[in-house]
Structures are given as C-alpha cells and as structure tokens.
Design a protein around this ligand. Sequence first.
Ligand code: PGA
Length: 254
Amino acid sequence: MKRKLIVANWKMNQLLAQLRQFFKTLADAKITSDAVELVVCPSLPYLASAVEAASGSKVAIGAQNVSECDFGAFTGEVAAQMLTDIGCKWVLIGHSERRSLYHETDELVGKKTAKALSVGLNPILCVGETLAQREAGITDATVQSQLRAALKGIAAQTQPELVFAYEPVWAIGTGKTATAEEANRVHGVIRQELAAIYGEAAARSARILYGGSAKPDNAASLLQQPHIDGLLIGGASLAADSFAKIAAAGVVPG
Ligand code: PGA
C-alpha cells in the first residue's frame, strides 16, 4: 500500500510568524497516521526555519526550485547540495509557473531532476496541459511528451524517490478542479507512459500527485481514485487547518 503524499506549495507567500503559527497549528492537528506523508515547500529564505519548525514532526521540507548546476558563478541560484545541506528532502521541479513565467523547458526540467536525484533530493516533477492544449484535444500527448523529454537519460528511481505531479494549468489557482475521474484518467496515461519508459513494476510503484484547486472539499474524492497517490496544494495549503483537513482525507482508506 503506497502512502499518500500530501504536499503544500506555498509559492511566494507566508512570512516567518505565519510559518511558525502554521507548524504549531499543524502539530496540534496531530496527523500521526503512517498512511500519509506530509511535505511543506516554503519560499527559499524560510527553508532553514521550516526545517527547524518541523523537526521532531512527521513533516518534511521541500524547496520550490533548484539550479541544474553545481556550485559556481550563478548569481541568484541555489545548488541542490545547499538544499540537502540544510535538511531539505524534497524539491518541486517544472511547476507550470516556472515553465510559463520563467521559461523553463522540458530539457531544463530534466537537468534539474537529474541534479536533485544525484544529491539525494526527492524531486516532484510537474507536468500538465494548458487550457488551449486541453481544448485542442492534446492533453494526453502533452503530458506524454513532457515526461519523455524530461526523463531522457534518467534511470528509474526508488531512492531518492522520483515523484510525479499532474497539474492541469487551467485548474491551478482558478477554483476549477479536474473531476476526480478525469484526473484519474490522465494519471493513468502518465502511469502508462512511465511503464513504457521504466517498465510495469516501476510504473506501478511510482507516486503520482494531483494538483490544481485541491481543497478540503474535494480531497477525499480525488484521493480515492486508484491512480491518485497524493495531492500538491497551493492556495488551500496556506492555512494549517485547511492543510490538516486535506491530510486527514488521505488517512481514510479509499
Ligand atoms: P492551487 O495550486 O492549489 O492554488 O490551484 C496548485 C499548485 O500550483 O501546485
């Protein structure tokens, strides 16, 4: 039985006092079940504070981005080794905001994924179609080609764990969620593509998260789908009680 992975993506939000309050409230919610694994991804300046605030709890900390390069003259960038050095365990890679606002290509996403894996960071590789791509009927082809391009040269991984996130761009921050059935269908397409790349066994054990307006109201129905192994949550992860409710939805067996 795979553990559900519930990931908070705070994007460019939360100051230190809010971060501390979040971890206090989350601790009070006592999500102790081994059925769920929790990750919080704050902004860069707060990663070390988050590692400290989460120490002794079951929450792991992730970054929202990482450089594809080793140490060197790359002003403004952060090396994967720095993230592991301060106790980060996870990193989001290829989020649609990185792709659309900062022009990250599949090739760069692949390089960042390889770099994270090489230092023992668990990457969460995000894929998903835009509204125009969905309307053009190329949802499946889009996620397949994003995966194939990013995974070129990357071997199947269990340790560190390479996790995938399906995030339809039209559902992110819009309040529009893919129906649980449609999200599950696309997750199935992703799993098939992983089977073609890595074989059936690796594809079966890979965890694939859904992201895009996930919230306490729809978390349970999404998490009950056979191909949905967790959630990547933006807006609804900023308040600890809302994040805790979503996490609790992952504890209930589907
Ligand atoms: P949202 O964001 O939950 O606010 O839609 C999800 C994400 O971008 O990871």
